[in-house]
Design a protein around this ligand. Structure first.
Ligand code: 3PY
Ligand code: MG
Length: 253
């Protein structure tokens, strides 16, 4: 397992975002020069079957795999780790209690209540024995709680202090909806820039990772300067559209 170590090195990592329910497509993303691939079960089309198969094709390309679970599906957080994913992103974590429930599913006792059974993980992470996986999993796996509402921002320090939460992941679109009390969705809302910088700063002070979703490639260096260590770059359909537009522009002169 390599993701945690890379995050600890402190360089900005960029993750592809797989929404198409296809392990083959997730494998293609992993072959691109992304640092990692995230499989999205919240808004993406992935089923458990395609998500778990995607973990295999991402790892076969030599990249770590991350899963975003649907809201409240902590059972899938434990299963994702059993299937070889190294990190899980939990959306809409709005309170310390929700952070604690997520962390508990992610970590083995005595920290949490993750149940034993990393069957596919042990097949994929071949340098581990059952015992060495058990001893290192709590430290090597990464649990990222999404901060994407005013409520979550108000509870931020408590969420960051929750044992077993390794970092936060900002959802700028949902945060913009919440910040405007439901008036609009605008991940580039100027008012949010200071809020996003403050979230990264508070995460750093708490000794936790800060990650974020970037709609636009130009957002990534800006987020890096704020202290974010991991940025998701748009989605697989977004990449295909951008690539097609660029290639067709050239092709048509
Ligand atoms: C958001 O911006 O709300 C997200 O969840 C990004 O995936
Ligand atoms: Mg969101």
């Amino acid at each position: 397992m390599q993701l945690r170590e890379k995050l600890d090195q402190g360089d900005m990592m960029i993750t592809a975002w797989s929404t198409s329910p296809s392990a083959e497509m997730a494998g293609v993303l992993a072959q691109c020069p992304f640092d990692t691939v995230t499989v999205d079960m919240q808004h993406g089309g992935h089923s458990e079957f395609t998500a778990f198969a995607s973990a295999k094709s991402i790892l076969a390309a030599g990249k770590p795999a991350i899963l975003r679970i649907p809201v409240g599906r902590n059972d899938l957080a434990s299963r994702a780790l059993d299937m070889g994913f190294e990190a899980v992103i939990a959306p809409m974590i709005n309170s310390v209690a929700e952070a604690e429930a997520f962390a508990s599913a992610m970590k083995y006792p005595p920290l949490g209540e993750r149940s034993w059974g990393p069957i596919q993980a042990l097949q994929m992470h071949t340098s581990y024995t059952a015992e060495s996986y058990f001893r290192s999993a709590n430290q090597k796996t990464v649990s990222l709680a999404m901060i994407e509402t005013r409520e979550a921002f108000a509870a931020l320090d408590g969420i960051l202090a929750t044992k077993g939460i390794d970092g936060i992941f900002v959802g700028p679109s949902d945060l913009s909806i919440s910040w405007s009390n439901g008036a609009h969705v605008d991940p580039h809302n100027a008012e949010l820039q200071d809020v996003m910088a403050e979230i990264a700063d508070r995460a750093r002070k708490a000794g936790k990772f800060a990650a974020i979703f970037a709609v636009d490639p130009a957002d990534v260096p800006r987020f890096g300067k704020m202290g974010y260590r991991l940025a998701a770059l748009n989605t697989d359909p977004g990449i295909i559209h951008a690539g097609a537009a660029m290639m067709l522009d050239k092709a048509r002169g």
